[in-house]
Design a protein around this ligand. Structure first.
Ligand SMILES: CC(=O)SCCNC(=O)CCNC(=O)[C@H](O)C(C)(C)COP(=O)(O)OP(=O)(O)OC[C@H]1O[C@@H](n2cnc3c(N)ncnc32)[C@H](O)[C@@H]1OP(=O)(O)O
Ligand SMILES: O=C([O-])CC(=O)C(=O)O
Length: 453
């Protein structure tokens, strides 16, 4: 269906060449016109494009003289240190709903506020039979980010007031999305397995009284069973993925798209498109694929020398997907460490001990150590390089028996809370349409009639 016609096939190589030549910009011009590539300053710092109170991502310390020193990363949601929220949860409550409340409404909820918020989310955890049949079950793609994006875009048709961008309406839509995304993701996974792989179709309604993390495991597992530790680790992973400042690619996308005045479903679908990318949320899937490739192609991965050779080949674009990237490593902001990775790594270790996967954990740990050194040697780095949140998340999900198709969708199930908070912040502040400038560096040409070309 997607093949080109025979005539275009013949011409295609030439068209690709024209495309490459026409699209290529002299790299020196970026320096000449002081264009911040990737909206990044020449010292690697992000260009300031907005103000937010939703969260703070801290990676450097600045002294009185403006000298910046790399520090261990810190992440704050509405001013609260996320690590302290997680470690301070002595009663072992599920925290994702609480973190979502905090992100949306700016303060930690009291017991009654939290209870009523959880009830609201529970009551919204439903999808009509028509939606499941007509949207989720139709042409389920292998990449579930596209499946989930399709569901989000089509929820527009099931909303009686889809285009109203007033704060009450957008908050209603956001809560609906937060509540429904786990169902849409798990059902899409089963639809894909059933229609593409001929496996059993399971469509299990969630339980209103369960947390988001518990419901994901409950809907996903054939026997509906999970341990307290499994649900607790998934809940913590959701909290750690829920929000990451206004500048990360998918949230910034949301700000850009929201600023045009478009509807919630379109704005979230745009963020989904961004998050799917392998340099962003899609990296968690790439990490798993990279380790599978490593095991298949590295002669003896218990030997650190051989491991380093393989990783060097990745950096030289000679191995894996030839992109030159060791996935799960590096971060646009963090320097010494990504606090989410530090926490996930601890849980990965705990689960590995429980599930007899210590050897696998050790392999990850060794790759993390060697990769940081090799990347620093290979690239011109402005700052220390560390593993990011995507490095251990896939390993954690694997140990929770979550299939890899759902890795990035789980990121989205969490990040919808942050996207919603930022969309609301953009709307509350009646932001101006985001419209940066691009300098034209071509030449102006005379037009010629077709017979004269
Ligand atoms: C939830 C998240 O989005 S976390 C990030 C998930 N993404 C990944 O794990 C993919 C691998 N990592 C990367 O591609 C990068 O580290 C990014 C996209 C996260 C950040 O990229 P940048 O902001 O360009 O990072 P930074 O400025 O520190 O990079 C400096 C150089 O090191 C390179 N580099 C950074 N990380 C890596 C890596 N993991 N492997 C190879 N090279 C890397 C960059 O490509 C850049 O090279 P360039 O100057 O030739 O363009
Ligand atoms: O902040 C970033 O650039 C990417 C990231 O870690 C996230 O979105 O969680």
């Amino acid at each position: 269906m997607m093949e080109l016609g025979a005539e275009l096939d013949e011409k295609f190589a030439g068209l690709v060449k024209n495309c490459m030549v026409s699209g290529s910009i002299d790299q020196g011009l970026y320096i000449k016109y002081d264009v911040k590539r990737g909206l990044r300053d020449s010292d690697g710092r992000g260009v300031l494009t907005g103000l937010t109170e939703v969260s703070d991502v801290v990676a450097m310390e600045e002294d009185g003289a403006g000298i910046r020193t790399p520090i261990d990363g810190k992440l704050y949601f509405q001013g609260y240190d996320v690590e302290k929220m997680i470690n301070g949860n002595k009663k072992k409550r599920f925290l994702f709903e609480e973190a979502t409340y905090l992100l949306l409404f700016g303060e930690l909820p009291g017991a009654e506020e939290l209870e009523s918020f959880i009830k609201i989310l529970g009551s919204l955890r439903e999808l009509s039979g028509h939606f499941v049949r007509d949207v989720i079950m139709k042409s389920p793609p292998e990449n579930l980010m596209n499946a989930l994006q399709k569901c989000i875009v089509l929820l527009y048709s099931y909303d009686e007031n889809p285009d109203d961008v007033s704060v009450p309406n957008v908050l209603r839509q956001s809560l609906q999305l937060i509540a429904k995304m786990p169902m849409m993701a798990v059902y899409s996974y089963y639809a894909y397995r059933h229609f593409q792989l001929n496996k059993t179709l399971v469509v299990r309604p969630p339980k209103k009284e369960l947390s988001t993390a518990e419901n994901i495991l409950y809907m996903l597992r054939k026997d509906r069973q999970y341990t307290e530790l499994e649900a607790c680790v998934l809940d913590i992973a959701l909290v750690l993925h829920a929000e990451h400042g206004g500048g990360n690619n998918s949230t910034f996308t949301n700000h850009v798209v929201t600023s045009s005045g478009t509807d919630t479903y379109s704005a979230v679908a745009a963020s989904m498109a961004s998050l799917k990318g392998p340099k962003h949320g899609g990296a968690n899937l790439k990490v798993m694929q990279m380790f599978a490739d490593l095991k298949a192609n590295c002669a003896d991965y218990a030997d650190e020398g051989k491991l380093a050779e393989y990783l060097q080949k990745i950096l030289d674009r000679e191995a894996f997907d030839r992109a030159g990237l060791i996935y799960g490593m590096g971060h646009a902001v963090y320097t010494n460490s990504d606090p989410r990775e530090v926490m996930l790594k601890k849980y990965a270790y705990r689960l590995a001990q429980e599930k007899g996967m210590e050897e696998e954990f050790r392999l990850y740990d060794t790759v993390e150590r060697i990769a940081a050194k090799l990347i620093a040697q290979k690239r011109h780095l402005f700052k220390p390089i560390c593993a990011n949140v995507d490095f251990y998340s896939g390993l954690v999900y694997t140990m929770l028996d979550i299939p890899m198709e759902l890795f990035t969708p789980i990121f989205a199930i969490a990040r919808i809370s942050g996207w919603s908070a930022h969309r609301l912040e953009e709307l509350v502040n009646r932001g101006k349409i985001i419209r940066p400038a691009y300098k034209y560096v071509g030449v102006h040409k005379d037009y010629h009639e077709i017979s004269e070309r």
